[in-house]
Design a protein around this ligand. Structure first.
Ligand SMILES: [Zn+2]
Ligand SMILES: [Zn+2]
Length: 178
């Protein structure tokens, strides 16, 4: 994904609204594939602040994740607001400036005086990954799969359920059957 900065960088104080939409390749996250069910849409405002261009954006897309309990794929809409600083490397005079500023925050990307586009694919991918749910669930009360027979308990009961009874309660079960 590339941001056009040719217009906004012409003059300090200039502001530009832009919307970019792009289909992303699947991402890998903790050994799982994260698929995109919709293009990644980024609405943003770029502001020329002199030696940097400030990008305030809103990212939205729909991901296809696997439920951590029942393992079924489900759609997960994602909306993230972000702030990204694009620094003009030719206007940072001392090399130590670059290092000092790089330590401040991760959300910084550098460009050169002659650049008209900046590739932010990596920044957007990182943004998506850090905003993924720790334990993706198809619904908050997903019952998951039976550890014995693998039946998806969200789609119906399995017959193992009774056998999973606490042995101490098994006595009670015999008693009830009489
Ligand atoms: Zn589930
Ligand atoms: Zn079962």
């Amino acid at each position: 994904m590339r941001l056009y900065i040719g217009e906004v960088k012409k003059e300090v104080g200039r502001t530009l609204q832009d919307t970019v939409s792009e289909i992303f390749h699947p991402l890998m996250w903790e050994g799982e594939k994260v698929l995109f069910a919709q293009p990644v849409k980024v609405e943003m405002t770029l502001t020329n602040c002199g030696s940097e261009i400030l990008v305030l954006g809103r990212l939205s897309t729909v991901l296809l994740l696997s439920c951590s309990r029942c393992l079924e794929p489900f759609l997960h809409p994602l909306k993230v607001e972000f702030r990204l600083e694009l620094r003009n490397v030719d206007r940072l005079h001392r090399p130590s400036d670059v290092e000092a500023e790089a330590e401040e925050t991760d959300e910084i990307r550098y460009f050169c005086e002659n650049d008209t586009y900046i590739d932010v694919t990596q920044d957007i991918e990182e943004l998506i990954l850090v905003n993924l749910p720790m334990k993706p669930l198809c619904r908050p009360d997903c019952l998951g799969i039976c550890p014995r027979c693998g039946t998806n308990l969200d789609q119906g009961k399995c017959s193992c359920e009774e056998d999973n009874l606490d042995p101490r309660l098994a006595v009670l079960k015999t008693w009830k059957a009489l």
